[in-house]
Design a protein around this ligand. Structure first.
Ligand code: RIB
Ligand code: CA
Length: 313
């Protein structure tokens, strides 16, 4: 079976880093064509530096390209409260020596996808600004995109607001462009990611193991502080759901819905509105993941990190 072509759009981000390491541990399944950063968890400078740090630590050869500095029309609101000043507080990594590829991100996305011999799957782990810009500039690209596996939204609640999840909230206009594109979307929204919880007993031993394990443990030590401050026992591994689905979809259950994004509301800005009516007529554009086998998911995370340890020896 040929490998799946992958491009990752990301705002690292503690959970982004773990999601990316899951892909890197399964390169027998994936051709990773590159990483494009998007402002979200932190500013573009910071998330790009974080992506270069991840790239350097994992010795990944795929290019890193700096993407959008802000949403399509709105001002940037970051996720510093959960990810810290650097956007990836906790791990003590050296400033990266690698540089981003000196290329416009939309041009990189377009040329990489068009030149690939087989369709490309986009993994979107932050606000959807870059993907929306690509679709606006090159609508013909849709035919070369297999699907989009994204972390975002939630058809029952939000986390940034009562109704909106952070990634969609930051750039709702971009999200609606992507959700109405007709490209198949697998949505790892809060409905499933808030069940994808990891507990200290799941990772504490990683402090004593290899390079990837120690990095992961220090990410989760910091990430768990935010969860604890908000009264949660476990920490939700949001972004890793979007990559774990591509590695092993049997970990998940989901339902197809017509889903579109509220861009005009005040209380509902960025809400992912699913039409759950039995007589809904609109195209079922999104597979909304709704359940996860948490034990097997955590085992996949652990096994992947330990695999990376052995690759980095
Ligand atoms: O709401 C969770 C999402 O917001 C994740 O992608 C996390 O990295 C942050 O970007
Ligand atoms: Ca993210």
């Amino acid at each position: 079976m040929s490998k799946r072509n992958i491009i990752v759009d990301t705002d690292p981000g503690h959970d982004d880093a773990i999601a990316i390491m899951l892909l890197l541990a399964h390169q027998e399944q994936f051709n990773i064509l590159g990483f494009v950063t998007v402002a979200g968890n932190q500013t573009s400078d910071k998330v790009t530096t974080n992506m270069l740090k991840i790239s350097e630590l994992t010795r990944c050869a795929a290019p890193v390209v700096r993407g959008s500095l802000k949403p399509l029309t709105r001002e940037l609101e970051t996720g510093a409260e959960a990810h810290g000043i650097s956007g990836m507080d906790g791990p003590d990594l050296p400033f990266p020596t690698r540089l981003p590829l000196d290329m416009d991100s939309i041009e990189f996305l377009y040329s990489t996808i068009m030149e690939a011999r087989e369709k490309v799957t986009i993994v979107a782990l932050g606000p959807l600004t870059n993907i929306a810009k690509l679709l606006l500039a090159h609508p013909e690209i849709k035919g070369n995109i297999e699907e989009i596996s994204l972390m975002g939204g939630g058809i029952n609640k939000g986390n940034k607001t009562a109704t909106a999840e952070f990634n969609i909230y930051v750039d709702p206009e971009a999200a609606e462009i992507v959700y109405s594109s007709g490209i198949p979307i697998i949505m790892s929204g809060l409905d499933v990611t808030e069940k994808a919880n990891i507990y200290p007993s799941d990772w504490e031993d990683l402090h004593t193991k290899g390079i990837a394990s120690r990095f992961t443990a220090s990410l989760l030590d910091f990430y768990a502080k935010y969860a604890k401050e908000h009264g949660f026992e476990g920490s939700s591994l949001h972004d890793p759901c979007a990559t774990a689905y591509l590695i092993d979809p049997t970990l998940f259950e989901g339902t197809f819905y017509s889903v579109h994004i509220e861009t005009k509301g005040e209380l509902t800005r960025g809400m992912t509105v699913a039409d759950k009516r039995s007589f809904a007529q609109a195209p079922l554009n999104v597979k909304v993941l709704t359940d996860i086998d948490r034990q097997r998911f955590i085992q996949l995370v652990r096994d992947s990190i330990l695999t990376l340890d052995s690759q980095l020896k």
